[in-house]
Design a protein around this ligand. Structure first.
Ligand code: HAM
Length: 421
């Protein structure tokens, strides 16, 4: 049992010291994605269980074992294990496809928590966060490549440069049934060597066997036929065009002929980005094309493409110095009782002028106040005492250069604003 004074296993607090870096990721992704015409969408954390069964797939590990599901009255609810299903549900529910009919795809992004009941370990939580994008209404291979180019640009800007793009194709409703039959025929004489889960998968969804984590099973399927070898003409053309555009953009990739992904809605392009230094949970993101999903969820036949990044895994790779903020820009140093009285007004006016400023809440020796300025990473100390209040000129010390000047309050504000720019 989880003790009540501790967060649940696999759930964690994000403390103020870490939040700077989270906000940095959020800020950069908004900036980059909006440059490419994406708009944010926010969907509820709770959805009907049926939504994920239909989209992610009944035979996936996510739906079979990992969902936080509960009943209320006659209904079953699930905390979202991912967001593609929710975004497509919202797209259909609010008829956003009407806009898409005019030839311009809907480009959406989201940031938020997801929930999966997995065994917690390094890089794997039960509540984790994703940054994701979904493009609805375009099947062109250039869309796949351009979205990956955006992703590359985002990873460059946050300083995650040690990464590898794995690319594959899982075919479509045209070519997958024939491949499935070929794979089943190949597996049949080997069923006895597979784990119990895979023996069930053989009946329900044999492609999932290629994704089994059991080492012995992985050895058995190492030589299995691959989807990539069985693609139909139009899937081959699509894949070739995606690769040509990636080459044109200078984005390196490695082909993974047996990439399966853990969700059933994919068609054609699939991909993951791996990073070293993360141990066994080394996928920082995954995604692909899901051309049949809008229809599965009750909409018209509209294609889709997207990816989702695991924020915790990504953050562990962002260089330590990125995104750190000081706690304030100016520390007002109050000198004596008059200074302490006056500091309350000075700090208020600095804040009104848009400057991050702090003053002591009780009288403290000057040395202690300056130590605090250092601890908070303040760029300036502003001295406020009886003399300064009488003369209207305050001592402003630039703590990075040591330079100190006496200025009127208006000039103080101008100088700080200028130096912080
Ligand atoms: P996914 O591969 O299930 O895809 O998850 C994407 C990423 O979320 C993973 O690569 C990983 O970084 C992170 N992640 C997943 N589970 C955990 C966990 N338990 N703890 C920490 N991080 C985790 C999707 O979710 C699809 N919706 C992606 C997509 C969007 N496909 C098309 N559009």
């Amino acid at each position: 049992m989880n003790p009540p004074h501790q967060a649940l296993r696999g759930f964690r607090d994000i403390l103020p010291d870490e939040v700077d870096r989270w906000q940095f990721l959020e800020r950069v992704c908004r900036e980059v994605f909006e440059r490419y015409g994406f708009r944010e969408i926010r969907t509820p954390l709770l959805e009907s269980t049926e939504l994920f069964c239909r989209s992610v797939g009944e035979s996936t590990d996510i739906v079979r074992k990992e969902m936080y599901t509960f009943e209320r009255g006659e209904e079953s609810f699930t905390l979202r294990p991912e967001s593609t299903a929710s975004v497509v549900r919202a797209f259909v529910e609010h008829s956003l496809h009407r806009g898409v009919a005019s030839g311009y795809p809907e480009k959406l992004y989201y940031i938020g928590p997801m929930f999966r009941y997995e065994r917690p370990q390094k890089g794997r939580q039960r509540q984790f966060h994703q940054i994701g994008v979904e493009i609805l209404g375009a099947s062109e291979p250039m869309v796949d490549a351009e979205t990956l180019e955006m992703l590359w640009s985002f990873l460059d800007e946050i300083g995650v440069t040690d990464r590898e793009l794995l690319l594959g194709s899982v075919g479509d409703t045209e070519c997958r049934p024939a491949y499935r039959a070929r794979l089943m025929a190949w597996l049949e004489p080997r069923i006895g060597e597979l784990c119990a889960d895979c023996r069930r998968r053989y009946r329900e969804n044999p492609l999932r066997i290629l994704d089994c984590k059991v080492e012995a099973d992985r050895r058995v399927v190492a030589d299995a036929p691959t989807m990539l070898g069985d693609l139909c003409g139009s899937c081959t053309d699509h894949f070739t065009s995606v690769r040509a555009s990636l080459d044109r953009f200078g984005i390196p990739y490695r082909i993974d002929p047996r990439m399966v992904r853990g969700l059933d809605y994919y068609q054609r392009t699939v991909f993951e980005v791996l990073a070293s230094g993360l141990g066994s949970q080394n996928a920082i993101l995954g995604g692909g094309r899901y051309d049949g999903l809008v229809e599965t969820l009750g909409g018209p036949p509209i294609p889709g493409f997207g990816f989702a990044i695991g924020m915790e895994r990504l953050l562990s790779l962002v260089p330590q110095d990125r995104g750190r903020k000081s706690e304030t820009d100016v520390l007002v140093v109050a000198l004596g009782p008059a200074g302490w009285e006056g500091a309350v007004d000075v700090v208020r006016r600095l804040r009104r002028a848009g400057i991050r400023a702090l003053a002591p809440v009780r009288e403290r020796p000057m040395g202690a106040q300056l130590k605090r300025a250092d601890r908070l990473g303040a760029r300036f100390a502003l001295f406020v005492g009886a003399d300064e209040i009488d003369s209207g000129r305050f001592g402003l010390k630039d703590l990075s250069s040591g330079e100190q000047v006496a200025l009127e309050e208006r000039a103080v504000i101008e100088r700080i604003a200028e130096r912080l720019r």
